[in-house]
Design a protein around this ligand. Structure first.
Ligand SMILES: *Cc1c(COP(=O)(O)O)cnc(C)c1O
Length: 379
């Protein structure tokens, strides 16, 4: 029969390392001699206790998380953090939002909504929405009230393909970050943040678990909030206040082991830069494909959006690519075009093969749209 390699460019839930899936498969029916699947286990069992503690230990090691930070495994996705953060941290003060993409805009919108119920003042620090988020917006740090609760940033704009690698000056106000799509893909210094949160399904593991890393002094003084939404209660219960997303935590632990075996986050970042660099370099030398992000320092190593000269060709590109096994490469509906999500588990060969297809597609379609180049199409 015909064998076709499938490359999964999905932005999330996304590709997982094959060795992780194979180990999960081996352990599916009988987890380490327990006679049970992790899917069937009590979250109070000694087996699961080991899993969640190992997951935490590994993540601490990978990200060099200091002891005065708590690591939580919560539910509700990154989207619940849009509410949980201001609920726990804002305390009647100002909370600034740097909006460089659609997810940051949502985080801000949720804060605005919440501020109608509890007293605090969300402030839009800067936004690049007017240019469809093709860059990270800038601002004057002196405009930030030093008494503010936090400045919220999104380290990687999953939909638009920009990222913040060098943190902005926030006039001494603590930074909280949605790191959903580049946690473990690039090195960040945890001490630069009050809170880091990430839905797991982009670069950690399966959907269902959300990682929250929070400095202890940002936990509530008194547990007065709804328990599920209270960082302190969740922290004191070791993420076991209620039934956690046990299987998702188990897979995340396997992914952490895989990242460690790969050589850790620095090695991962190096590989991701090389991998995404191949694609960026190819797009930059082409006059057929365009990446909307012009500043190379702000380009995401995790999500690479690009377009052809027309919407019709974009649609054709997606159809042909999909048929050849380049799956989930369609861009987000808000920006169109294509998006190659190249998370940690995405293989380098997938980028090499994609570029080969892009060359072929360009050769076959360039003359129709760029008559000037028609003489050079077949070389
Ligand atoms: C995917 C994504 C979200 C939403 O995550 P959920 O877990 O689905 O709520 C939020 N922020 C960023 C940056 C994302 O990439």
């Amino acid at each position: 029969g015909i064998f076709m390699t499938i490359y999964n460019f999905s932005a999330g839930p996304a590709v997982l390392p094959k060795p992780v899936l194979e180990q999960a498969q081996r352990e599916m029916l009988d987890y380490q001699g327990s006679g049970m699947s992790v899917l069937e286990m009590s979250h109070r069992s000694k087996e699961f206790d080991h899993i969640i503690k190992e997951a935490e230990r590994l993540l601490r090691e990978l990200m060099a998380i200091p002891d005065n930070y708590k690591v939580l495994f919560l539910q509700g996705g990154a989207s619940t953090q849009f509410t949980m953060l201001p609920l726990n941290l804002a305390k009647g003060r100002k909370a600034y939002y740097l909006v460089g993409g659609s997810w940051g805009k949502k985080a801000y919108a949720e804060a605005v909504k919440l501020s109608k119920t509890i007293p605090f003042e969300p402030v839009l620090l800067a936004s690049s929405e007017d240019t469809v988020y093709d860059h990270i917006p800038t601002f004057d740090p002196k405009t930030i009230d030093p008494e503010a609760a936090y400045v919220h940033i999104t380290t990687n704009n999953t939909i638009e393909g920009t990222a913040i690698y060098d943190l902005p000056d926030t006039n001494g106000v603590p930074i909280v970050a949605d790191m959903s799509s580049n946690i473990l893909a690039a090195r960040y210094n945890v001490e630069d943040f009050a809170v880091i949160y990430a839905g797991a399904q982009k670069n950690i593991g399966p959907a269902g678990v959300t990682v929250v890393i929070i400095r202890e002094d940002f936990l509530n003084d008194e547990p007065t909030l709804s328990s599920m939404l209270d960082y302190r209660i969740q922290a004191e219960a070791g993420s076991l206040y209620n039934t956690p997303p046990a299987y998702s935590i188990y897979i995340s632990k396997l992914v952490f082991e895989w990242v460690e075996a790969f050589g850790g986050v620095d090695k991962m970042e190096e590989a991701n830069r090389e991998k995404s660099g191949l694609l960026y370099d190819f797009i930059d030398q082409s006059d057929f494909y365009t990446n909307p992000v012009k500043n190379p320092a702000q380009r995401s190593v995790a999500n690479v959006p690009f377009v052809t000269p027309s919407k019709e060709l974009d649609a054709e590109f997606v159809a042909e690519a999909t048929a050849l096994g380049f799956k989930n490469i369609k861009g987000h509906r808000s920006v169109g075009g294509m998006r190659a999500s190249l998370y940690n588990a995405f293989p380098r060969q997938g980028v090499v093969d994609l570029i080969a297809f892009m060359k072929q597609f360009e050769a076959e379609n360039k003359s129709n749209y760029c008559p000037f180049y028609s003489r050079n199409v077949i070389q």
